[in-house]
Design a protein around this ligand. Sequence first.
Ligand code: SAM
Length: 224
Amino acid sequence: MTAVLRQLKPEIARERLIRTLERKGITDTRVLDAFRKVPRHEFVDGAMYAQAYDDNALPIGLGQTISQPYIVALMTQFLELKDMRENEKILEIGTGSGFQAAILAQFSRRVYTIERHRPLGDAARKRLRRLGYENIVCKIGDGTRGWPQYAPFDKIVVTAGAPVVPEELAKQLADDGRMVIPVGTREVQSLEVYSKRNGELAKAAACDVVFVPLVGSGGWKESR
Ligand code: SAM
């Protein structure tokens, strides 16, 4: 599916993307519905508009990307989010364009997201406000430190590749909580899913992924 928006209306291009996600193994219909509701074309640069519903990561500036839709869907599915009535507290590290945060906001009114690059974080905050997402709290800073003020979190999703699970994030995950995080080298990571029981993290590794690096006190050093 290449540059489908050139010929199709966003709603139709979105449905085609959803078929692709289903074909690739996304089975949680609530996740697919969330993709139906969030207009990805609003989260990419005007020049990328035609590719907004291709199943690809796209550049968003400062060497960063809006993640591939399939990977966003897979990470969301792995979080095993409860529905809106449960109002889980969700923390995302790596706001980027704000797209993943908008997907998470379909499941809870308590979404917290941290971005280290101010221009990206400010642009995402404005975009999310403009699109009417009032339940997403954005912050600029080093997400590897978590957000102690709002901890513990029921769910944590890290959308940049870490060398190890940052200690602070492990601490700020609630008991019975889940964390999804890519862990590995700067070049390739394994998507890891953690559940916390009685203060201990139990790990399941999912698949290989390639993310931009998580840079910060509990992540990688600034680029060499
Ligand atoms: N979730 C984003 C979206 O939906 O567009 C895509 C995230 S992009 C793959 C990874 C983001 O993580 C980048 O914007 C990057 O600047 C950010 N990042 C990297 N290290 C970070 C850190 N320590 N704290 C917060 N954000 C970080």
